[in-house]
Design a protein around this ligand. Structure first.
Ligand SMILES: [Zn+2]
Length: 234
């Protein structure tokens, strides 16, 4: 069985605000979530802080280029910058996914992932607030959306760029989720764990699964069974 290698990196701000060990927690969730979907992942926290110019992920910004001395360039978002940094600064990068975790308070979650390459970015702001008492079973409260975002964006790196679209809704990697009815409510897997992505699932996912409910209560920190056949080494 192929082993997928994931590097979990933090921005300088993330390191300063939450410490290095939050990255270990994220790595553990990624490994265990994948394991429950039958995938072998080696996720390792990387101790080198990344000097990201911003903690905000989705806005355009100007910053000094990581590649060219004394040159300011405009980046479409932080993922664009992280890919450029990865191109020009040799660090001990992982083969399949390199997650850069930011600390963008007061927001929980948010991220971007490259569907055809090994880079992604997620906001880990909320993780420190609940990780000490959290058990792996799942919760939608507070910082769990930050952990969901980390696992979700890594999913974009390791799933096939086109997971197949038999239902024709054009939402391939966001349309492979599942729900579980648990004693504490309906849990939804990480690729569909926000209401907009859950909408894609309601019409049936790419494995023709139709969840029986129209909402969910909790996040299940796993990649769904439907995902299992859709991982790919790129
Ligand atoms: Zn996504």
């Amino acid at each position: 069985m192929a082993t997928y290698e994931v590097g979990v990196w933090g921005t300088e701000t993330l390191h300063n605000k939450q410490g290095n060990d939050v990255l270990d927690t994220i790595a553990t969730f990624i490994e265990r979530g994948a394991e429950r979907a039958g995938k072998d992942v080696s996720a390792i926290a990387r101790s080198t802080p990344i000097p990201a110019p911003t903690e905000e992920i989705k806005n355009s910004f100007s910053a000094e280029s990581p590649c060219y001395y004394n040159t300011t360039l405009t980046y479409s978002d932080l993922l664009d910058w992280w890919e450029s940094y990865w191109d020009c600064n040799y660090l001990d990068y992982a083969t399949d996914s390199n997650l850069l975790v930011t600390h963008n308070g007061p927001y929980y979650g948010g991220g971007l992932g490259n569907i055809s390459g090994p880079n992604c970015v997620a906001n880990g702001y909320g993780i420190a607030s609940w990780r000490d008492t959290y058990t792996y079973s799942g919760s939608t409260s507070g910082g769990s959306y930050s952990m969901k975002s980390c696992m979700h964006e890594v999913g974009h790196n390791v799933l096939k760029a086109n997971t197949g679209d038999p239902d024709g809704d054009g939402k391939t990697q966001h349309d492979v989720g599942t729900t579980y009815d648990t004693s504490q409510g309906i849990s939804v897997t990480v690729m569909n764990a926000t209401p907009d992505y859950f909408d894609y699932l309601k019409n049936g996912n790419e494995c023709n699964y139709h969840p029986p409910t129209s909402s969910f209560d909790r996040i299940s920190f796993r990649y769904s069974n439907c995902c299992q056949g859709k991982w790919e080494k790129k």
